[in-house]
Ligand binder design. Sequence first.
Ligand code: NAD
Length: 270
Amino acid sequence: MAASFDLDGRVVVVTGALGQLGSCFVKALLEAGARVAALDALDDPARVRDLFGEANEGRLMVLKADVTSKPELRAALARIEAAWGAPYGLINNAAIDSPPGAPAEENGPFETYPDASLDKMLSVNVKGVMFCCQVFGAAMAKAGKGSIVNIASIYGMVSPDQGLYQYRRDAGEDFYKPVGYSVTKSALFNLTRYLAVYWGAKGVRTNTLTFAGVFANQDPRFLEPYTRKVPLGRMAEPEDYEGPVVFLMSDAARYMTGANMVVDGGFLAM
Ligand SMILES: NC(=O)c1ccc[n+]([C@@H]2O[C@H](COP(=O)([O-])OP(=O)(O)OC[C@H]3O[C@@H](n4cnc5c(N)ncnc54)[C@H](O)[C@@H]3O)[C@@H](O)[C@H]2O)c1
């Protein structure tokens, strides 16, 4: 049984690999035995060294690739195939959200949500994921096996609770958690189902992995009411999400496709 969780040299592509969660997934996948191609739009050697160090026994390749650029994705695939052969896995993790400190018009009312913000969200969070599936997923289908994981969010399944941000409105800001992130994360559920059907016979599984909020020193006025909505009583630590990622890349998940695996501390249970 334990052997079915072993990734044993499988080549896995992680996008957004220099971020808070992506970097954890890279380390967890390496630990589980995979060879990892870590892609990010950032080209930041110092950060790469901080995150992953120097020693990786030839099992880690860090590549600059923007998910909105097919030429950059194709170039990354060529490098990966030349070194290791076809990828087995793809973790579509790169995404953008509106940070709490984004310009007022972006974090303002729905009625005036800027066109440019929506375009950018759609471009990275939806088109970028589709581009990666077209480039890496196609290589996996050609090889006859693989696993794609699309990282979604509870805010793609339910609306953000705008009450959690009341403290900012009380302080005089016209603040609302904006719509762009929710809409784009929501799109991934049916991309997952589409590809599960489209590539099922080719041996490529596609699943969505839905996460809840990760602790990042949020304002206590947000943290306290948010945490009350989580049956497990805390926000996630990045490490909470490593096991599900490794599982979906492994043979232990071999009969799972088209599904949405929710890992949220129970947030959606109430
Ligand atoms: N952090 C959370 O609370 C949370 C909750 C639910 C879901 N998620 C999801 O988890 C995933 C990772 O989130 P995170 O918190 O680690 O984010 P993060 O901002 O820490 O990391 C995102 C990474 O993606 C990279 N990136 C951005 N645009 C890119 C592009 N066009 N091409 C390639 N790389 C690009 C960034 O450089 C960054 O390294 C996202 O899909 C996010 O929606 C996060």
